[in-house]
Design a protein. Structure first.
Length: 40
């Protein structure tokens, strides 16, 4: 099984969730690491 470490600049970005779902649907294990950006 392929395992992916997905590093992102904003974990609250909706595109991140879609990409993780796509990777998992393809059979990959995914570990997410990154930052959460909020409005100041």
């Amino acid at each position: 099984m392929l395992h992916v470490l997905y590093l992102v600049h904003d974990v609250s970005d909706p595109a991140v969730r879609r990409r993780i779902q796509m990777l998992k649907a393809g059979g990959a294990g995914v570990t997410l690491a990154g930052f959460r950006r909020t409005a100041s």
